[in-house]
Design a protein around this ligand. Structure first.
Ligand code: ADP
Ligand code: MG
Length: 941
């Protein structure tokens, strides 16, 4: 075994659960299984390398200069990467190597690898006999918090832990466990979905559902004694009283495990964690993962993309920090009235002052990400450019404070008081830091900052000038007009004389290099000045390093103050941005009460309204009146109406108005009085969930069961088409029983949409239940052929009849069929109960037939699953090319590789042509098949 192989195996043994990036010159190389896994995940070439008598081992490498983009792709696929650098210069013998850091999805600190407007949390979950401890940290902002969730009832504790994890949405979550994970990307196939399919299928699974990547971490680091010691050592304290977690052993265990994990993966991240905040879930609204998804808070649709989400509609923040804060706020509505009012005061202060609002927003547009920039400085990783961006942000702070202080508003003054401009830091950065303007500029320290440094720079410059002057002197002395002094990184300075003039070379010239047309020489004087230059450069580099580090340390030392200011700037940003949206969208400040009334006048759905507005259409506003203590107040609103009439929109709109109010934001309505809600529950129609591929009815019943078990008389419950996932009769029965339970025993404010009209006769007559309908304009003629118009207006009273026949007619069912249906409708009451369930089933059967009939395409699609993955990998690779940092040659090399990969993928595609004599380009069916090969999922839908 070669020494290098031995060295590799030793390092690898320490990190069996990570890919080891072994630095060899300009590449990070991976070997053995790591190489295979990375080659597949990154779609890079798998080669091999001889290692002494071991023979060849598989190898794959990524170039050092493009490491970040490869790293990002591996992290997205759930890998961890241990980065091993060369610690001694390459030369004779074995190069010293050491693992400098381990990067995992939750411990990424490079801004280039992170979405700017999202926090990147690493969490730890510590289950205990009495409940759960949860801790989380954002290593790019220093936020570090922990909580302990205990409850007499283990199911409740588990649910509460799940809610908290759903709110945090960590990238990576540590759990106690010693199992070593295989280095495969597969394990996190579900990671994109915050409720993994497996967990949704088995509601009784003992451990909470964890969003993001789960990392089992040695259980001993979760032990109370070990964790306490870790935290003591980290904070330099003897007890944890100051952090509020002294009496919360589970919180301590989770927090200790996180610190320990960071110590092992990348200790440079630790200094940023200056404090730990212990929080208690009290004062906040529980939102389960399904409700977050259903209400499309931060991501719309199943893809989780943020387009069309509530966040996207509201987010007019100008800074990345503000964007992150707003996202956190939407994820965590409050239940404490005073806290909500305080936020509303802040927003109102901006909503009523146009000049202030616009002035602040314009100023903030110039402010960078102070929070992450500070973190970079604190981790001694900030570049000169980053430091000057931090300086520019700091220079804006006093201007911001002046703007805020002007109007004499308590809320604004409170914000201004928390803005510390750290002018010392700004001055230091201005004096000390130099941003290289061109590639060849190497200095990071500004002239005039340090006299020693300036003297060294002067010495070097002087020596260079002396050498330059030598050229003229030597020409004079030798009479060789073409003589030149040149610099070469291997041989240093040399006097170049063309071969024609060789005869004129003086005796004190010593030859160092022979070129094709010339020779190079040195003289003792040149050697001396060369040594002077090199010596000065060495000292310049050392001194500059020392000075630059000093600057980073000075900035790092005031990091807590800078972070405090950054967070206040973020709050100002959010208030001003929300106020701006409120003014533009005619939102109002809600009135919050401790009662149970929920009265909304002319409420609107924020995202649907925005989408309609973009299309030049207007949204129909609707009122809501639920709850209240007066006798006869409505607890449950039973909403009926045909498909597409606006039921679901109305339900979500009410939930969103309540949610926004409790976030402390203005709401899309003319007036809103909201008795504070402890939780919002939603269960949205099964048909919208078909894409999930789970047994939708089971999921539906699980979610409904969860609601019935957890809702209180202070909750808001939104049920859309419950019971729809099963046959009509039992569906109606289930819907009725659920509605009765909610209106009676639970007493939650409930909105219940259904198009089982029969429910209006049963449920509709219960006390506390009101019936409403999503109105449609009657078709002009009676035979069911006229068009119905959706008014999107919610009116009291039950829908008179089913409009199924009208819908069938306008959908283009043949006239005979419609007539026959009418006849049946007239003779049988059963038809009145028909619902779209039947139509859906017909639709499904037809879909299946399409696939059966097109057997070949179907199988091609399956066979080409591998092609699909390669296709995705290719796209991924193109998407992550770091063009800004590539040289033209790199780009060409990359293009060449991409083309080869693309050809491979093409050639590997199943060829129907092999069983088909026609040449491929004259065979249209093959083109059709190829079209589906790359999109098997879409094709099957
Ligand atoms: P349902 O649940 O009754 O089938 P939806 O709530 O899904 O109906 O609404 C169908 C469509 O009607 C929506 O996509 C939206 O474009 C439109 N819509 C719903 N409510 C309104 C409204 N209040 N004003 C304007 N358009 C609306
Ligand atoms: Mg609907």
């Amino acid at each position: 075994m070669t020494p290098a192989r031995q060295q590799y195996l030793e390092l690898k043994a320490k990190h069996p659960d990570a890919l080891l990036w072994f630095r060899m010159g300009d590449f990070y190389e991976m070997f053995d299984d790591d190489a295979r896994a990375a080659a597949a995940a990154l779609h890079i070439t798998l080669t091999s390398r001889p290692f002494g008598r071991d023979g060849r081992v598989p190898m794959a490498g990524v170039p050092y200069h493009a490491a970040n983009s490869y790293l990002a792709r591996l992290l997205r696929q759930g890998f961890r990467v241990a980065i091993c650098e060369q610690m001694s210069p390459a030369g004779k013998g074995l190069v010293e190597r050491a693992i400098t850091r381990v990067v995992s999805p939750g411990t990424v600190a490079e801004p280039a690898l992170l979405p700017p407007r999202e926090n990147c949390y690493l969490a730890a979950l510590c289950p205990g006999p009495t409940g759960y401890g949860i801790a989380y940290v954002d290593v790019t902002t220093g936020e570090f918090a922990a909580t302990e969730i205990t409850d007499g009832d283990p199911t409740l504790a588990r649910a509460a832990a799940e809610h908290d994890l759903a709110r945090i949405a960590p990238r990576e979550c540590l759990v106690p466990g010693d199992e070593r994970r295989a280095t495969s990307g597969e394990r996190n196939a579900d990671a994109d979905d915050d409720v993994s399919l497996a967990a949704r299928r088995s509601p009784l699974a003992a451990s909470p559902t964890i969003p993001g990547h789960t990392t089992p971490y040695e259980a001993r680091h979760f032990a109370l004694v070990a964790a306490t010691e870790t935290l003591h050592a980290h904070f330099g304290v003897v007890n944890l009283e100051a952090y509020g977690c002294a009496g919360c052993p589970l919180a301590v265990r989770a927090a200790g495990a996180i610190v320990r994990y960071l110590t092992e993966t990348n200790a440079m991240l630790l200094p940023l964690l200056a404090g730990l905040r212990t929080y208690h879930a009290g004062g906040t609204m529980h939102l389960d993962a399904a409700t977050r998804r259903n209400l499309e808070l931060t991501g719309a649709g199943r893809s989780g993309a943020s387009g069309g989400s509530l966040l996207q509609t509201l987010d007019g923040t100008k800074t990345a920090m503000g964007g992150r804060l707003l996202r956190r706020m939407l994820a965590q509505p409050l239940t404490d009235r005073a806290a909500i009012e305080a936020r509303l005061d802040g927003t109102e202060a901006f909503a009523t002052r146009t000049a202030l609002r616009l002035g602040v927003l314009a100023l903030l547009a110039e402010v960078g990400d102070m929070e992450r920039l500070t973190a970079r400085a604190r981790q001694e990783a900030a570049t000169p450019r980053e430091l000057l961006a931090l300086r520019d942000a700091l220079l804006a702070v006093p201007k911001l404070a002046t703007l805020l202080k002007e109007p004499e508003d308590a809320a604004l003054d409170g914000l201004a008081a928390r803005l510390d401009p750290c002018s010392g830091v700004a001055t230091l950065l201005t004096r000390a830091v130099l941003v290289p303007e061109a590639r060849e500029d190497v200095r990071r320290i500004r002239p005039g900052y340090d006299t020693d440094f300036d003297a060294l720079v002067y010495t070097a410059t002087h020596a260079r000038e002396t050498i330059a002057a030598m050229e003229a002197a030597e020409r004079e002395r030798t009479g060789i007009k073409s003589l030149k002094i040149k610099y070469n990184s291997v041989f240093g300075y040399g006097i170049e004389v063309s071969n024609a003039n060789r005869g004129k070379v003086p005796g004190d010239y010593r030859r160092t290099q022979t070129l094709t047309h010339a020779e190079r020489y040195v003289t003792p004087a040149l050697k001396e000045w060369e040594a002077a230059v090199l010596h000065a450069e060495e000292r310049i580099a050392a001194r500059e390093d020392e000075l630059y580090r000093g600057v980073l340390r000075e900035v790092g030392a005031v990091a807590p103050v800078l972070l405090g200011t950054a967070r206040t700037v973020a709050a100002v940003d959010v208030h001003a941005a929300l106020a701006d949206r409120a003014v533009q969208g005619r939102y109002v400040r809600p009135t919050l009460t401790d009662g149970t009334a929920l009265r909304i006048e002319a409420g609107r759905h924020p995202t649907v309204e925005a989408a309609l507005a973009a299309a030049g259409e207007s949204f129909v506003a609707n009122d809501t009146d639920l709850g209240g203590d007066a006798p006869g107040g409505t607890r449950l609103l039973l909403l009926t109406g045909p498909n597409m009439a606006g039921k679901s929109t109305y339900l979500r709109q009410v939930a969103l108005v309540v949610l926004l109010a409790q976030v402390g934001a203005f709401v899309p309505a003319d007036r809103a009085e909201i008795g504070i809600v402890d939780r919002i529950f939603t269960r949205i129609g099964a048909q919208d969930d078909l894409a999930a591929g789970a047994s939708t009815f089971l999921v539906e019943m699980m979610e409904t069961a969860h609601i019935l078990r957890h809702a209180t008389d202070r909750s808001l419950v939104v049920l859309d088409e419950v019971g729809r996932g099963t046959g009509t009769e039992d569906g109606i029965a289930i819907a009725q029983a659920v509605a009765e339970d909610l209106a009676g025993r639970v007493g939650a404010r409930t909105l219940f949409a259904t198009h089982y009209h029969r429910l209006t006769e049963t449920v509709g007559t219960l006390p506390g239940v009101a019936v409403a309908r999503a109105a449609v304009a009657e078709p002009e003629n009676d035979d069911g052929t006229g068009a119905i118009t959706f008014l999107h207006r919610i009116q009291p009273g039950a829908a008179g009849k089913s409009y199924g026949l009208h819908v069938a007619a306008i959908a283009g069912l043949p006239e005979g069929v419609v007539a026959r249906a009418r006849a049946l409708f007239d003779t049988s009451e059963e038809v009145d109960r028909q619902d779209t369930r039947n139509r859906e089933e017909i639709g499904k059967v037809r879909e299946l037939r399409v696939w059966r009939g097109d057997d070949d395409a179907f199988h091609a699609a399956y066979r080409s699953e591998g092609v699909h993955t390669r296709h995705a990998a290719l796209l991924d690779e193109i998407a992550t090319l770091d063009l800004a940092r590539m040289t033209p040659l790199d780009a060409l090399i990359a293009l060449d590789r991409l083309q080869r990969d693309a050809r491979d993928a093409r050639d590997a595609a199943p060829q129907r042509a092999t069983s088909n004599p026609q040449p491929p380009d004259t065979n249209p069916s093959q083109h059709a098949a190829r079209g589906t090969q790359f999109h098997p999922r879409e094709g099957r839908r």
